[in-house]
Design a protein around this ligand. Structure first.
Ligand code: SF4
Length: 189
């Protein structure tokens, strides 16, 4: 099983409670205005990584991380790969799982593959990014988005305490800016 990925950061503090392994899926057709991840839209962008290699990399992080966050792009537009990743993390680790999606929960919950994903994760951050309702706090880019606490493992207070932005510089000098205040940092809001 392969996953078309846009990027991976192995120890982010701005994508959920605790330090987290974050994987951005490549590909999204939802077309939110002023999307701050436009580089993730094209289906021939990013690179194909095998689930096996991603899981090996997650295991390498050991106890340094509290969980895995899956973002995009739109993770639910690769539903079989998303489900396989969620099932592998669940089967092989005790890590928590947070998924950011542009879909509202009611748009995806009746698809059997998506239903499987929702049954395996701890938090779903759901809904299109709407710049007129910019929020930039508590894992929500805009106030229409909804946090669904699916397991009881996390609370709203824990998510509200997550830093709103983070700048990461890799050993190779690549700079990544992540978090729900990226539109402010980029000067779009
Ligand atoms: S769902 Fe996410 S990646 Fe897709 S257009 Fe909306 S904000 Fe951008």
């Amino acid at each position: 099983m392969d996953i078309r990925t846009h990027n991976i950061i192995r120890n982010s503090a701005a994508n959920g409670p605790g330090l987290r392994y974050v994987i951005w899926f490549q590909g999204c057709t939802l077309g939110c205005r002023d999307c701050f991840n436009a580089d993730t839209h094209e289906w021939d962008g990013g690179r194909l990584l095998s689930l096996k290699d991603i899981m090996a990399d997650i295991h390498l992080q050991g106890e340094a991380i509290a969980g895995v966050t899956i973002s995009g792009g739109e993770p639910f537009q690769q539903p079989a790969s998303l489900l396989a990743l969620v099932e592998a993390v669940r089967a092989e680790t005790d890590l928590s799982i947070i998924v950011f999606s542009g879909y509202r929960k009611e748009e995806i919950e009746h698809n059997p593959l998506c239903e499987g994903v929702l049954g395996g994760i701890d938090v779903l951050v759901a809904g299109r990014y709407v710049p007129a309702r910019y929020l930039g706090h508590g894992l929500r880019g805009s106030s229409n988005q909804v946090l669904h606490f699916l397991s009881g493992r996390y609370t709203q207070e824990q998510c509200d305490a997550v830093p709103e932005a983070e700048i990461t510089i890799s050993l190779g000098g690549e700079v990544s800016v992540t978090g729900v205040q990226v539109p402010v940092i980029a000067g779009w809001n």
